[in-house]
Design a protein. Structure first.
Length: 305
């Protein structure tokens, strides 16, 4: 649990800001997907899920902007936020944080899935969005069959499956945004997860985005980004231009000041109860935010291909 606390103090607000910066750029360039019915986000290596919270809040802010400026831009806010992480502590953390946010903001989520209350998936090894969707449909169909049998009106497996498809399931067959923030950190990570990365690339809705973020400097990361670009060239996705240079993290001075203040407040609270993890004992309010890289691919494949 100490490791989870240390990671959260060091990174959650900083990476929330980074994801927000990337979404702002994508929105300004006209690449951010806007949906009329469902808007789903998946974060890989989610941990405290800064990408999920940032995406949820950003879309809510865009909706408020459209409403207050009388822009006729009909779209749905984020309706599903799913995280993938094998860390056992994060499910409890997300539940507590989302409940706390609802209390602090005195608001009811626009959709039951708009805030993460658990880690939806636990392992990237052999992970498949399509397979998880099919499993969810199979489970829903089984429950429907059992319910009909309970009242003495059995139905065929095909009918139960059709009812399940009509009702829909929580796990989608594709996501509008897939975010991997500081996940590919080992030099062999692209090769190790080649099959899974290809599957993620094929798990985007039309116009959906795969956003990969990480460190901006170091030969190791240069090789990771080069390997990732080579892999993605064979997926049929289109790399979004305008992100070739490193990005200054939390470049807005007021935003950076607020993040540093929040980080220091958390450190002080943990120190007061003698619960400060050793990993963050040297962290200071004045510490800066290193630049980062963002590599982004868009599903512009023709429907049906």
């Amino acid at each position: 649990m100490d490791e989870a606390a240390a990671y959260t103090v060091q990174h959650v607000t900083d990476r929330y800001g980074r994801v927000t910066q990337v979404l702002e750029r994508l929105f300004a360039a006209g690449h951010l997907p806007l949906r009329l019915r469902q808007m789903s986000v998946l974060e890989i290596g989610a941990g405290p899920a800064p990408g999920l919270y940032a995406a949820r809040d950003f879309y809510a802010d865009v909706g408020l902007w459209a409403e207050t400026t009388d822009h006729q831009v009909p779209f749905r806010p984020v309706t599903r936020t799913h995280g993938l992480d094998r860390g056992e502590a994060w499910g409890h953390f997300l539940h507590s944080l989302s409940e706390r946010l609802i209390t602090l903001r005195s608001e009811i989520p626009t959709s039951p899935g708009a805030l993460p209350f658990r880690t939806e998936y636990s392992n990237l090894d052999d992970f498949s969005v399509a397979r998880e969707h099919v499993r969810a449909l199979d489970h829903a169909a089984e429950l429907i069959s059992m319910e009909f049998e309970r009242v003495g009106e059995p139905i065929t497996d095909g009918t139960a499956r059709r009812f399940a498809e009509e009702d829909g399931v929580a796990r989608p067959s594709a996501y509008d945004l897939v975010i991997a923030s500081n996940f590919l950190t080992a030099e062999d990570s692209v090769g190790r997860f080649e099959r899974e990365l290809r599957r993620l690339a094929s798990s985007l809705t039309p116009g959906g985005l795969l956003i990969v973020m990480g460190a901006a400097s170091g030969n190791k990361y240069s090789r990771i980004w080069a390997a990732l670009r080579t892999l993605m060239r064979g997926t049929g996705l289109t790399e979004i231009k305008g992100f070739e240079e490193p990005i200054t993290a939390n470049s807005n001075p007021e935003w950076a000041k607020a993040i540093r203040r929040q980080r220091q407040e958390i450190l002080d609270e943990l120190r007061d109860i003698d619960a400060l993890p050793t990993e963050v004992t040297g962290l200071r309010e004045t510490d800066g935010f290193p630049p980062f890289r963002a590599l982004i691919w868009k599903n512009q494949r023709a429907v049906g291909r």
